[in-house]
Design a protein around this ligand. Structure first.
Ligand SMILES: [Zn+2]
Length: 458
């Protein structure tokens, strides 16, 4: 069989892996390219394969860098099923429709500036491709094609996220092929830990944080407390975050800090038109929560525990009204990498104010506005204007949705033997390089870092 790395090779976006066996051709993920203009331009290029020749897609999770080109794949002739978990099936319309809307808005701006207004897809393409999604349960083998069986295991990254475990039989011989998708951290609230995989002949492993370790949870909470108290007494804290995943976890921790009287009175605004939909979807999937979160959801919190006040803003007017708040509030708004969504309006409004703190809790891909802020930009472009950055930019890696280097090594070391082929994907060159070196020194295993569009035989 052959694997082609059509995206997420030495970068974190555009996840898309083409598998070709003697009997079938299929993709794992079909993600959007995000970041630099040159990277995003790839969303408009032809696929590296004929979409008509793809029999099915397996989707690891709903994040756009994994799912965001599915509507284009459908529009270009892909007619097959898209297999994923039921929670991902439920989240997918929210993310893909938002992506289509953002692209349409960008196209309008491009038209006004006499630039290329093409979009990768529109809302109709999203509606069409959503009909192709077929949920399959976690941990149950499904036969997808002759000689191809899949089991989706919990990846603990966001609601519905999956590790793809494939059994591929060709010429009477079977191989276990595992695609990690994005792996979550272990021991976190709400979600379960990433499932343990014991066996893999071929493994595609994510390496977003392959070159570094997050701070421990107690240290991260100390750091958060140290940031919040001074920041909130004089200003507002902005948190770029999508309404799923980080947002819920951060709310959980803010609540905990308030309960332990480590932070003062706190108003949290979740400024997202999608937040209520996502909250409802999350509530429908309590079966995927870990024990502690299930207990809390069932009303098991300590009686009389003080909690933060959480406000959801849906309408644009409510979002604009947040501009009048001068201090004491945390505003969470998407997108997580600041390349779209309401967070850009808040940043335009508040970056010039030295009393603002921007709290970065998720990975910021190269070329995104979020990355510019993390890298210390003094001025950024927003809505065609130069906006000076006088706000404090604080990064908290400990809340990341991704396993760090030691967690990736820990997960790998649970395999009973070295995979015959180990490929590091979904990481910038420094991250996959750092992880390959650590794997070599700790486990003595060789890992390969495939090039973009590389095709390998395994
Ligand atoms: Zn992800």
């Amino acid at each position: 069989m052959h694997i082609t790395f059509c995206g997420a090779a030495q970068q974190v976006t555009g996840s898309c892996f083409l598998f070709e066996t003697s009997a079938t051709r299929f993709l794992v993920d079909c993600g959007l390219f995000q970041g630099h203009a040159a990277t995003r331009a790839r969303n408009l290029e032809p696929f590296a394969f004929d979409p008509l020749g793809i029999d099915f897609v397996i989707l690891t999770h709903a994040h756009l860098d994994h799912s965001g080109l599915l509507p284009r794949l459908g529009a270009q002739g892909f007619k097959g099923p898209i297999y994923t978990t039921s929670a991902t099936r439920d989240l997918l319309p929210v993310l893909l429709l938002d992506s289509a809307h953002l692209q349409e808005m960008e196209a309008e701006r491009a038209t006004r500036r006499h630039r290329d207004p093409r979009v990768a897809y529109d809302v109709d393409d999203v509606d069409h491709v959503l009909k192709q999604v077929q949920p399959i349960p976690y941990d149950v083998p499904s036969k997808l094609a002759p000689g191809v069986e899949v089991i989706l295991r919990d990846a603990g990254h966001i609601l519905g996220s999956a590790i793809v475990e494939l059994s591929i039989t060709e010429g009477g011989r079977s191989k276990k092929v595992v695609v990690s998708g994005d792996l979550g951290q272990t021991g976190r609230p709400i979600l379960r830990d990433p499932a343990v995989i014991r066996e893999a002949d071929v493994l595609l492993l994510e390496s977003t944080y392959g070159d570094r370790n997050h701070k421990s949870l107690p240290d991260t909470l100390d750091e958060l407390t140290g940031i919040l108290n001074p920041a909130l007494s004089s200003g507002v804290v902005l948190v770029p975050s999508f309404a799923v995943g980080r947002a819920q976890e951060l709310l959980y921790y803010l609540n905990r800090l308030a309960r332990d009287s480590r932070v003062g009175k706190l108003n949290v605004f979740v400024d997202s038109p999608m937040a209520q939909q996502v909250t409802a979807i999350t509530a429908h999937h309590l079966e995927l929560f870990n024990d502690e979160a299930r207990r809390l959801a069932a009303g098991g919190a300590a009686p009389g525990a003080p909690s933060i006040r959480v406000h959801f803003t849906d309408h644009v007017q409510d979002s604009i009204a947040l501009n009048r708040i001068e201090a004491g509030a945390v505003i969470l708004a998407g997108s997580g990498m600041c390349d779209g969504g309401r967070i850009r309006h808040h940043l335009r409004q508040r970056l010039p104010n030295p009393h603002t703190t921007v709290l970065i809790v998720g990975f910021q891909a190269m070329g995104t506005l979020g990355r510019e802020l993390v890298d210390g930009a003094r001025s950024v472009r927003l809505f065609g204007e130069d906006v000076p950055v006088r706000a404090r930019i604080a990064t908290l890696g400990g809340f990341s949705a991704h396993a760090d280097q030691s967690a990736l090594l820990g997960w790998l070391s649970q395999l009973s033997a070295a995979p015959r082929h180990l490929f590091l994907v979904h990481g910038e060159p420094r991250s996959c390089g750092g992880l390959a070196a650590a794997i070599k020194s700790r486990l003595g295993w060789e890992a390969r870092i495939p090039a973009d569009a590389e095709r390998v035989e395994v």
